[in-house]
Design a protein around this ligand. Sequence first.
Ligand SMILES: *[C@@H]1O[C@H](CO)[C@@H](O)[C@H](O)[C@H]1NC(C)=O
Ligand SMILES: *[C@@H]1O[C@H](CO)[C@@H](O)[C@H](O)[C@H]1NC(C)=O
Ligand SMILES: *[C@@H]1O[C@H](CO)[C@@H](O)[C@H](O)[C@H]1NC(C)=O
Ligand SMILES: *[C@@H]1O[C@H](CO)[C@@H](O)[C@H](O)[C@H]1NC(C)=O
Ligand SMILES: *[C@@H]1O[C@H](CO)[C@@H](O)[C@H](O)[C@H]1NC(C)=O
Ligand SMILES: [Fe+2]
Length: 613
Amino acid sequence: MEPFLFASEAFLLWLLLAADAVSAFPRPPQRLGAQKILHDTLSLPRRNLTLPVHDPAPCQRITELERNRKGYLYGRSLIGDSSYFISGELGDRLIKEHLDLWYRDAAWVSEAVENGSRAVAEAVARGGGLGDLASYELLYRDQWQEVNPAGVAPGVHTNYTQDLFFSMERLSANAFSVRRLHPTKDRLPFAVEESIVQKLTGLSLSTLHVTGRLFLSDHSYQLDYLDTLSKGRYSAACSAYFYIHPVSNEFLPLAIKTNVGENLTYTPLDEHNDWMLAKMLYNSNDLFHGQVSHLASSHAVAEIVHQAALRTMSKSHPVRAYLDRIMYQAYAIRPVGESALFSNGGFFDTVFSTTNPAVRRFATKFYPATVGRFRANYLVSALESRGLINCTYGPALQHFPLFEDAAPVVGAMRRFATSFVDAYYLEGDLMARDHELQEWALEATGPAKVLDFPTWPLMQKETLVDILTHMAYLTGVSHHVLNSGTPCTTTGVLPFHPAAIFQPIPKSKGVKSLLPYLPDLGTSIAQIGLFIRFNRAKLIDGRGCLVNMFSDDGFLHGQPNEVQKAAEEFKGKMEEISKIIRGREFDQEGKAQGIPFIWRGMDPSSVPYYLSV
Ligand SMILES: *[C@@H]1O[C@H](CO)[C@@H](O)[C@H](O)[C@H]1NC(C)=O
Ligand SMILES: *[C@@H]1O[C@H](CO)[C@@H](O)[C@H](O)[C@H]1NC(C)=O
Ligand SMILES: *[C@@H]1O[C@H](CO)[C@@H](O)[C@H](O)[C@H]1NC(C)=O
Ligand SMILES: *[C@@H]1O[C@H](CO)[C@@H](O)[C@H](O)[C@H]1NC(C)=O
Ligand SMILES: *[C@@H]1O[C@H](CO)[C@@H](O)[C@H](O)[C@H]1NC(C)=O
Ligand SMILES: [Fe+2]
């Protein structure tokens, strides 16, 4: 009993210290009971929707828009330099409203995570502590049930040492960092010993390259962040090759180069511990990438397009209503991020190896270069440009879970957006005569500085459908496959995905034990707690989940029958997809979608329809 009490007390002390370090985390005004949250506010207030050309009271609309242009202003970007953050008198009011909504949800999650942290610390102590890799499972088994009811994805703890597990995470849980190398336009960024490549693949590195079978995930840009490391924490800046095996056609890892210190290159032919460490170093870099890029790719983009709409379209405009609906609570996230997650000594600094300046540098660099570009990140375009689908210079991927699951969801979003646009723009020239819509497009490409937005004037219904589909994709798909429930179920699960590394990166191979590199009990619980804070268990199967993105009385009030019908169809399709995803099981080979774990990150009944955190 003694050691157990001691461990538990030490942990409570740690909790207090950690809580102090992150005291900037916004607290709700009062503690709310677990049941008293979600989601009486989720409905969009009723409006009478009309295009400006049909509005019987055009003067009121003009007055409203004058007020909006004065009241919603473009302010300083938050968390690095990406898109403007909203400001002005009306903007500030909206932020406050959204923060209030956000706290209502977060209050319960926070409290439950704190309770869960205590329970886990006791369970691990009872189980003998974190003495080996297997014991990290104690951090999850029968824990966190309220806040993460789905638990860790099936197969994660049993199969994480398999190479296919590691490689297929690149095509499911974070499919945004890997690309296929082009045979002529891309050069090989690093060499791998030829005998090893031959032994693993039966081909040479250059043959893999010219036949379009070689892929790269490059986190070497993280070298620029190494001056931000926390004391006692370390990081590599890995680049990794993956390849399509010429016989099995499986997508597998080939090599990982650390890019730091002795620049060691690891391969699956290394000793077990060395190769495992290399994969963990990579995972740590990739976790940074997934978590930080989601900020600039979903929040920063969706917000700025919506901000342009707030200034140019009346509340009565159907397109504005569509955007308002999916931008529920969205303006809470960047301020909360700024003040608690990425503040000095905040959650990010507590959990990751690098500290918050790295996050700001990443956003500043990658927002204009890649992730902030509107059209370039349409689902199909983004995957095509990285050679993952419709590739003309190499074989197709045998399995691509992200695309398999996201494509039908985005297809359904497109069908809804098409019905929506068709229902309002009945005649050919109505879009041209809709001066609010045109002002929006002009504003977006002009003062709002949305990058790579479709050009003004906005004349084609198809283009408007693309925009609305992409906005729904940003708030209902791309955000959640990276953030929300993803890190707590897959990409951030210990011991394989440490957010921080606690030993210097080795100068030579032959590492004896992986344990010293991994977070200890307190830091492990902090990592898990942070990632669970991104999850929103209370909205599973409820009004806030993706199934109900368009099925909302307030939003549908007074809308044409075609829109009502399209919302029903969308809902039906999401329920169907959810059933498939929830029913997914391991096949005889112990895989699902070709991967040795069950990926449910895209379940429309479990992910929010909005930018939840
Ligand atoms: C919508 O229009 C109806 C009829 O003109 C009116 O009675 C109602 O107040 C309007 N609702 C809103 C929210 O403006
Ligand atoms: C946290 O634990 C306390 C004390 O057991 C309990 O009263 C409270 O309801 C728990 N909170 C949540 C959100 O589970
Ligand atoms: C390791 O590689 C990085 C990036 O490729 C380079 O900047 C660095 O100089 C190299 N260091 C050594 C010791 O070779
Ligand atoms: C790209 O791939 C998708 C899915 O496989 C397919 O539906 C689409 O038609 C392809 N597009 C082109 C241009 O080949
Ligand atoms: C993955 O783990 C599950 C148990 O969680 C097991 O049934 C399955 O066979 C494993 N798959 C492989 C490929 O080992
Ligand atoms: Fe987010």
